[in-house]
Design a binder for this molecule. Structure first.
Ligand SMILES: O=C(O)CCC(=O)C(=O)O
Length: 285
């Protein structure tokens, strides 16, 4: 197995292992180790069916059944989210604007996603890129004073800040807001497998628990800008057959709308289930 860095801050391509075949436990361990080091790993030229995608993902961890976003799964496969701009039943796709702000998956639930594995089925001729930033480096790059301040904060995640909410079916959004009330998670989290500390704040953080939105906003903005500086980012330009796997405990990502929306883009994602976390809070003043 070869591990080739894709950027200085994060990202590595893995070659020399056929993930569509019988992957050994030793190979899974080696992939996991490379994943912990690079935070985002990429496999190229993968040709597989949904069942294989699910089975490979399960080798790392239990999978989320996406009950927090039940309308977005591939029919017959609750373990697969379908993210596409291809219209469904004559209606615009509800997932066509997914991921258009910096975020970590399922942060608005009580089981923030541990990791995600996104497979490219169809892509536009140019664009439709996804950017990733390293939240371990973001944390480590703070002054000791600010590290101490953020260590005491709880980031509140609000489903209404998920990108594209305003462009989705209002009835479904009402239901999703009920399923996913605002929830607070520690602003600095320790990774449950590797033990590293990472910042946990994003453009979906409405405020810090116990502070108003007005008080919280400058710090949220600073932390997001600090985390997403170009030198802390890897930008993935997709090819059909890419499987990109990211660790949501140590990264944020952003799906760019940098493509011709009349061209089809279709991706399938498994979500590796995270630990139980957080507490539900009332919306901020
Ligand atoms: O479509 C993409 O590139 C990423 C979508 C996304 O943000 C997500 O799956 O959370």
């Amino acid at each position: 197995m070869e591990v080739l860095p894709l950027a200085h801050a994060l990202g590595a391509e893995i070659r020399g292992v056929d993930i569509t075949g019988a992957v050994t436990d030793a190979e899974i361990d080696a992939i996991r180790e490379a994943w912990h080091r690079a935070h985002v790993i990429v496999f190229r030229d993968v040709e597989w069916a949904p069942d294989q995608h699910i089975a490979f993902s399960r080798r790392f961890r239990g999978l989320d059944d996406h009950a927090a976003t039940p309308h977005d799964t591939l029919e017959g496969y609750p373990e697969l989210l379908e993210i596409t701009n291809i219209p469904k039943n004559g209606q615009p796709s509800q997932t066509r604007n997914t991921g258009r702000n910096w975020h970590s998956d399922y942060s608005y639930t009580n089981r923030p996603a541990a990791a995600s594995m996104l497979y490219c089925v169809t892509k536009p001729p140019v664009g439709g890129d996804t950017m990733f930033c390293n939240m371990v480096r973001a944390y480590e790059g703070l002054s000791d004073k600010l590290k101490g301040i953020v260590a005491d904060l709880q980031s509140v995640y609000d489903f209404s800040l998920v990108s594209g909410v305003g462009k989705r079916d209002p009835e479904k959004i009402k239901e999703l807001l009920k399923i996913n009330p605002p929830i607070a998670h520690p602003c600095v989290r320790e990774h449950d497998e590797s033990g590293v500390k990472a910042l946990y704040v994003s453009e979906r953080t409405s405020h810090f628990d116990g502070m108003t939105r007005e008080e919280s906003e400058p710090l949220i903005k600073f932390l997001c800008a600090h985390a997403t500086r170009p030198e802390n980012v890897y930008r993935h330009q997709w090819h059909v057959g890419d499987l990109v796997c990211w660790d949501n405990r140590t990264t944020m990502h952003l799906a760019l709308g940098d493509f011709d929306e009349s061209q089809p883009r279709r991706m399938l994602r498994t979500t590796l289930r995270g630990e139980l976390s957080g507490f539900v809070v009332p919306p901020a003043a």
